[in-house]
Design a protein around this ligand. Structure first.
Ligand code: GLC
Length: 742
C-alpha cells in the first residue's frame, strides 16, 4: 500500500487509499497520499470536466469520460448536481487505484433551488448580513444536493454597464465590493469548512475581468498599476483574507498577458505576496485559449505557461491531461509545480472530509428536507425586498393603497416567471417562481380588481397589443407597468452597445402615459438600463433587478408599502452609452472643472448632453424622508495612529418607519496623484421610526485617507481632507474637513 503515516491504518477496500485522520494533520495526510501517486495520477487531479457528458442525455454521454474518472484521471466535475447523479459518478472515481474522491462544483451564483436576487441586486441592499444569509442558504441547498464547491462569489468590480456580467458582481465601488466579497465567502463557507451545510467558495475572475476594452466580454484589459491595485484587486484580497477556498482566473489578458498565464497575478501577488494557500481553477477552457490569444504556439506550450503561472486546475480544456505528464518527463515542467498544484487540491478534499466519507454531501433524506425548508424562500423574499431601489416617487404615487378600486398591470414582464430568476440561475422550474401578477393578485385581495394586459413583448417592434393595453389602463385607477430586459440579455457573453429598454416598451409607456392615469413603472434587468421617457414622465419608478423565486411576492410587499424600500444603487445609471465610463469614483476635478452648466466652452463637459448620470451611485428613495443634522468631527487634526470620529444625527421626518443607508465620502483635494472627487469610505444602514433620531458615528483613521501613489506605495499624505455625509453620491447633506498632520 505504500507509505502510511504512523498511527494510521490501512482502509477497508471501499474507502479511499489516504490514511485516516488519527493524529495526522491534513498536511501530513496529503504528503502521504502524494507520495503514493504516479505522475499520471497527479495530473489526473488537475483536470475538471463538465457533467453533460456523463449525466446528460444519452446522445451527449461519452463513456471515455467515465473511463477517465474510474482510472483516476479526473479530479473534479462541474455541472453534475443532485444526490443521485453525484453518488453515481463518485462511485466511478472510487474504482480508481487510490480511490481519490471527486470534487463536484456548480455555478451557484445567487441560489441553488431557491433563487435569490442577482448579486448586483443583493448589493443594492447594502445589507451585509442579508447577503451573507443568502449565500448560506444557497450553500445549504447545494451541499445537500451533492455539491462541494461553488464558482462564486464573482468579485469583479464592474463599472461598465455595456458588460453583461455586471449582474454577477457587487457594482462599481471597491469599498462596498470588498465588504460584500467577505460576506459572500463567509456565507458560502461558514466559519470553518467541513460542515455539510457549506461549500468551497471561489473568488472570481482573477483579475480585472470587469474592465474589458469597449465593455465587450472576454476582451483585453489595459489598466494602470494604480487602478489594478486600488480598484480591482482589493475585493480579491478581502475574499482571500476571509479564507476563500479557491480562486478562478479570468478570460481577459491584463496589460498584454492573459490572466491564465499571468505569473505576476497568480504567483507574485496571489501565492507570493498574499501567501494564498488554496488552489486556482482556470476559467472554462482558458488554458487552451492561450493559443487563441497568440500567447502560446500550441496547447503544449499553453500547458507549460499555465502551470508555471500558477493555474492549478484545467477546466474543460484537456490541455493538462494531454500535455503535462510529457512536459514533466521532458524536463520542461518541474515535478514540484505539479506536486504543489496537487497538494492544494487534495488539501480541500481532506478539509471537506471526503476521504472519510466520499458520499457525505449526497444524502437523499437531507436533500429532500433542506430543499423543502420554508426558511429558504422566506430569506429570498426578504432579500428581494431589500434589493429593490425606488428611483422616483412623485405625488406619493406609491405605495398602493387598499382604497384603489382597480389596478391595471401592464407589460411583458407582468406575468413573466423565468425572467425573474435572471441569468446564472440553477433552477428554471417556473412552478417555483412567483410573478409580479401572482404577487399583486394575492396582495390586492378582494377589495381591488387587478386588470392585466401584456401590451408588447420584451423585444421586437410589434405594437399590436397597444390598443388593448390602453383600453385596460383606461378602466383602472392606476397603471403599474412591468418592463425590462429578458433574463438572457445580461450575463456572460451578453455585452450590449445600447442599454436602452429593449423593443417598444418605452413606446407602450408613452401610450399609457397619454391616458392621464397615474403610472408606476417596475423595471427588471441585470444591469443599469436607459429609459428616458419613463424616467422623465412616470410618476414612480422602482428598479427590481431580477428578484428571484420570491420576486412577485416581494414586489407586492414593496408596492403596497408592507416593506418600505431602502435599496441604493451600487452602480451608476448613465443617461447614454456615450458617457461611459461614468462611475462616480472616476470623476475628477480636472484642470477645467465644469462650474456652471451654461459655460461648457473650454470646460470638461459634453456639448450634447450633461456629464451627470441619470441616477447616481448610492441613489435610492424611501416612502419616508430623512434629515441629516449636527455634523461634528471630534478633532480637526489627525496624526498617524490616531482616529477621529465623524458624527451626525439622522432623523426620520416622515410618517412611516424606514431604513436609510447613510454614506460617508472622502476627497483628498491635493495629493501627489490626483484623486477622485468622491470615494465611499463607510456607510450605515439604520432603521428609524417616524420622528425617531439616532446619532451615527464613522471612525476615520489614516488608512481611510490612503491611496496608491505613483510608486505604488499605499500612503496617506499630510494635508486637508474633505469629509461628506449624504444619502447618495450626488446627495451630500453635511460636510467638513480634517487635517492629517505629518
Ligand atoms: C464560465 C464563466 C465562469 C463559470 C465557468 C463554469 O465561462 O466565465 O464564471 O464559473 O464558466 O461555468
Amino acid at each position: 500500500m505504500g507509505l502510511l503515516l504512523p498511527g494510521t491504518t490501512a482502509l477497508a477496500q471501499t474507502k479511499t487509499a489516504a490514511p485516516t485522520a488519527t493524529n495526522a494533520s491534513i498536511e501530513q495526510r496529503v504528503a502521504a497520499l502524494l507520495a503514493q501517486m504516479t505522475l499520471e495520477e497527479k495530473v489526473g487531479q488537475l483536470n475538471q470536466y463538465s457533467g453533460r457528458e456523463v449525466t446528460g442525455p444519452a446522445s451527449d454521454r461519452k463513456n471515455t469520460l467515465l473511463t477517465s474518472i474510474s482510472s483516476g484521471k479526473v479530479g473534479s466535475m462541474l455541472n453534475v448536481k443532485g444526490v443521485k447523479d453525484t453518488r453515481e459518478i463518485q462511485a466511478e472515481a472510487l474504482k480508481s487505484r487510490l480511490k481519490i474522491p471527486l470534487l463536484f462544483s456548480l455555478d451557484v451564483i445567487h441560489g441553488y433551488q431557491t433563487t435569490f436576487p442577482i448579486p448586483l441586486g443583493e448589493a443594492a441592499s447594502w445589507d451585509l448580513d442579508a447577503i451573507r444569509l443568502g449565500a448560506h442558504v444557497a450553500a445549504k441547498e447545494a451541499a445537500a444536493s451533492g455539491i462541494h464547491w461553488t464558482f462564486a462569489p464573482m468579485v469583479d468590480i464592474g463599472r461598465d454597464p455595456r458588460w453583461g456580467r455586471v449582474m454577477e458582481g457587487a457594482g462599481e465601488d471597491t469599498y462596498l465590493g470588498s465588504l460584500i466579497a467577505k460576506a459572500r465567502v463567509l456565507g458560502f463557507q461558514g466559519e470553518k469548512l467541513g460542515g455539510t451545510d457549506a461549500v468551497l467558495a471561489c473568488a472570481k475572475h482573477f483579475a480585472a475581468y470587469g474592465a474589458p476594452i469597449g465593455g465587450r466580454d472576454y476582451n483585453a484589459v489595459d489598466l494602470s498599476p494604480q487602478q489594478l491595485w486600488e480598484t480591482y484587486l482589493p475585493p480579491f484580497k478581502a475574499a482571500a483574507d476571509a479564507g476563500v477556498a479557491t480562486f478562478m482566473n479570468s478570460f481577459n489578458a491584463l496589460n498584454g498577458i492573459p490572466a491564465t498565464g499571468n505569473s505576476y497575478l497568480q504567483r507574485d501577488i496571489l501565492k507570493g505576496q498574499w501567501q494564498y494557500p488554496g488552489f486556482v481553477v482556470s476559467d472554462w477552457a482558458s488554458i487552451a485559449e492561450l493559443v487563441n490569444w497568440g500567447y502560446a504556439t500550441d496547447k503544449k506550450e499553453a500547458a507549460q505557461q499555465a502551470i508555471t503561472a500558477g493555474s492549478d486546475m484545467d477546466m474543460e480544456s484537456d490541455t493538462y491531461s494531454q500535455n503535462l505528464a510529457q512536459l514533466v518527463k521532458d524536463g520542461k515542467v518541474k515535478m514540484d509545480l505539479v506536486d504543489d498544484a496537487v497538494r492544494r487540491i487534495l488539501h480541500k478534499k481532506f478539509e471537506l472530509g471526503l476521504f472519510e466519507d466520499p458520499y457525505r454531501f449526497s444524502d437523499e433524506k437531507r436533500e429532500k428536507q433542506v430543499l423543502a425548508d420554508p426558511q429558504n424562500r422566506a430569506a429570498a423574499r426578504q432579500m428581494a425586498q431589500k434589493s429593490m431601489v425606488l428611483l422616483k416617487n412623485e405625488k406619493a404615487t406609491l405605495p398602493l393603497t387598499k382604497q384603489l378600486r382597480s389596478i391595471a398591470l401592464i407589460g411583458p414582464i407582468a406575468k413573466a416567471k423565468r425572467d425573474l430568476n435572471g441569468s446564472w440561475t440553477v433552477d428554471t422550474d417556473t412552478t417555483r417562481i412567483t410573478s409580479l401578477y401572482d404577487g399583486l393578485r394575492q396582495r390586492a385581495g378582494k377589495t381591488t380588481q387587478l386588470l392585466y394586459a401584456k401590451g408588447c413583448a420584451v423585444e421586437g417592434d410589434s405594437r399590436a397589443g397597444f390598443d388593448q393595453a390602453v383600453a385596460t389602463a383606461q378602466k383602472a385607477d392606476i397603471v403599474v407597468m412591468a418592463v425590462g430586459e429578458g433574463w438572457n440579455m445580461s450575463g456572460e457573453a451578453k455585452s450590449r452597445t445600447d442599454i436602452h429598454l429593449p423593443g417598444v416598451q418605452e413606446e407602450l409607456f408613452k401610450a399609457l402615459r397619454a391616458t392621464g392615469k397615474p403610472v408606476a413603472v417596475v423595471v427588471f434587468g441585470g444591469r443599469p438600463l436607459i429609459f428616458d421617457a419613463i424616467a422623465d414622465q412616470a410618476d414612480a419608478v422602482l428598479f427590481a433587478w431580477w428578484p428571484g423565486s420570491e420576486g412577485g411576492t416581494a414586489l407586492a410587499d414593496v408596492l403596497y408599502g408592507d416593506y418600505n424600500p431602502a435599496g441604493k444603487l451600487p452602480i451608476t445609471f448613465p443617461r447614454n452609452v456615450g458617457q461611459i465610463p461614468i462611475a462616480y469614483n472616476q470623476q475628477y476635478n480636472t484642470g477645467r472643472p465644469l462650474i456652471k452648466v451654461s459655460e461648457t466652452r473650454y470646460r470638461s463637459a459634453y456639448i450634447d448632453a450633461p456629464a451627470t448620470p441619470r441616477y447616481a451611485f448610492g441613489h435610492g428613495l424611501s416612502y419616508t424622508s430623512f434629515k441629516y443634522s449636527d455634523f461634528k468631527i471630534s478633532r480637526s487634526q489627525l496624526k498617524a495612529g490616531e482616529t477621529v470620529q465623524v458624527s451626525f444625527t439622522l432623523t426620520n421626518t416622515g410618517k412611516v418607519i424606514g431604513e436609510e443607508i447613510a454614506q460617508l465620502y472622502l476627497r483628498d483635494p491635493v495629493a501627489s496623484v490626483v484623486r477622485p472627487l468622491k470615494e465611499l469610505k463607510d456607510f450605515r444602514k439604520i432603521s428609524l421610526k417616524p420622528g425617531e433620531s439616532k446619532t451615527i458615528t464613522f471612525p476615520i483613521d489614516k488608512d481611510k485617507l490612503a491611496f496608491y501613489n505613483s510608486k505604488l506605495e499605499w500612503v496617506a499624505e499630510p494635508g486637508k481632507f474633505n469629509l461628506m455625509v449624504g444619502s447618495a453620491s450626488d446627495d451630500i447633506r453635511l460636510e467638513g474637513t480634517v487635517d492629517l498632520l505629518p
